[in-house]
Every structure is written in C-alpha cells, then in structure tokens.
Design a protein around this ligand. Structure first.
Ligand SMILES: [Zn+2]
Length: 153
C-alpha cells in the first residue's frame, strides 16, 4: 500500500483488502492495487471492480482469503474518513450481497512528513432490524515501515 500510495503522486489510489474474518476480528493478508481501469483524481477514487474481483478470486483460491475491507490514499490534507468514504462504507455494509459483521477501512495519508496510516473498522451494533453501524478508529500514526526497506535516508 505504501508503495502504491507513494508512486501515485497527487492522485488517490487504493484497492481491496483480503484476509480472514474471525468473529469481529479481521486479519488482513493482502491488498490489491487499484487496477488499470480505476478512476483517480486528487480527491476521488473508484477502483477497477473487475480487476479487484480477479485479485480476490486469486487470493481465495490460493489461501481461502476473502474480501474483508477497502483501502485508499488521501493526498489532500484529510486525516479522517471523508463523507464520501462513509457513504461508500455504509453502501457496502448494507449491500444484501454481503453479510459483514465487521469491515476494515484503511487510509494511507500521503503528507509532507511521510506516510500516515489510519485504520478503522466498521461493525454492526444493536439488535436485528434496528442495526446501527459503528465505526471506530483502531490505529492512527506513522506508517509502519517494512523492515526489508531499511531506514529512510
Ligand atoms: Zn477517503
């Protein structure tokens, strides 16, 4: 994700997160890129659905990993989920094709001081028929550098 976010300068990028749901806990094992037909601008991002579906199918075959979340970058100074992000998230959550109890949203904020990471999880709460969606922030801070990349200059 860090690599994709760094290399698409000035425009948002993103993709899907695949992994495993264990109750409400989510383990993310892989993240796709946006795909060749994604629509990208500084404040707007729509991933390539066909491409992401294939990515997921590949992961599912290889390891049984399933669709557990979405990630995208923010290139403007926006350190929280935008209104658009929330409506996208709620759209996925209420989609009858899916039946999520929890869903991960990861935002990579590309700023002057490097990358920041924001990890949120959406969960359903309340009784059936009176479901609410609760979005909580799990992590906010510096993007953890992969050790194989070595220290930054
Ligand atoms: Zn966003």
């Amino acid at each position: 994700m860090a690599v994709f976010a760094r290399h698409s300068q000035g425009i948002e990028c993103g993709g899907i997160l695949v992994g495993h749901n264990n109750g409400r806990d989510i383990e993310i094992v892989a993240a796709s890129d946006a795909g060749p037909n994604a629509q990208q601008s500084a404040t707007h991002f729509v991933r390539d659905t066909g491409y992401c579906r294939e990515f997921l199918a590949h992961c599912y075959q290889a390891s049984g990993a399933d669709y557990v979340g979405e990630w995208h970058s923010h290139v403007v100074d926006l350190h929280h989920l935008s209104g658009g992000d929330l409506s996208t998230l709620i759209g996925i959550f209420v989609d009858p094709d899916y039946d999520f109890v929890s869903f991960a949203v990861v935002v990579v904020i590309v700023g002057d001081k490097g990358l920041e990471l924001l990890v949120c999880v959406a969960e359903t709460a309340g009784e059936e028929h009176r479901r609410r969606i609760v979005i909580s922030e799990l992590y906010r801070g510096k993007f953890p550098e992969p050790s194989l990349c070595g220290p930054n200059p």
